[in-house]
Design a binder for this molecule. Structure first.
Ligand code: SF4
Ligand code: SF4
Length: 98
């Protein structure tokens, strides 16, 4: 189960999860490497207008600051993450606000 908080901050307030570039992602043919790799059920494949599409179904399941699925993706830039520093600063700010 994903943690409900990270560093004392509610997980759902932390914008850390993969961002899919749909201009680049080709679903790895039909068998998404990222979805197979991630043990946290972050990704899902859905059908949209008769076409299969990868989505980030459970963003809050993503482990904060993990980027591992980027390494198994065969297409550079198909998965991106926000700048770590920005997210770290935001977590610090939210923590201070309590
Ligand atoms: S591993 Fe990369 S190319 Fe393959 S489905 Fe995931 S994002 Fe798309
Ligand atoms: S960054 Fe890590 S936890 Fe998040 S979706 Fe990718 S492999 Fe899963």
């Amino acid at each position: 189960m994903p943690e409900a908080t990270y560093g004392g901050v509610p997980r759902n307030k932390i914008p850390w999860y993969p961002i899919i570039d749909y201009d680049k992602c080709d679903l790895c043919g039909r068998d998404p490497e990222c979805k197979k790799f991630c043990a946290h059920f972050v990704f899902e494949v859905v059908e949209e207008h008769g076409k299969k599409k990868l989505i980030v179904k459970n963003p809050n399941n993503c482990v904060v600051f993990c980027t591992s699925c980027e390494n198994v993706c065969p297409i550079p830039g198909a998965l991106k993450f926000p700048p770590k520093k920005e997210v770290r600063d935001l977590i610090g700010k939210l923590r201070k606000e309590g």
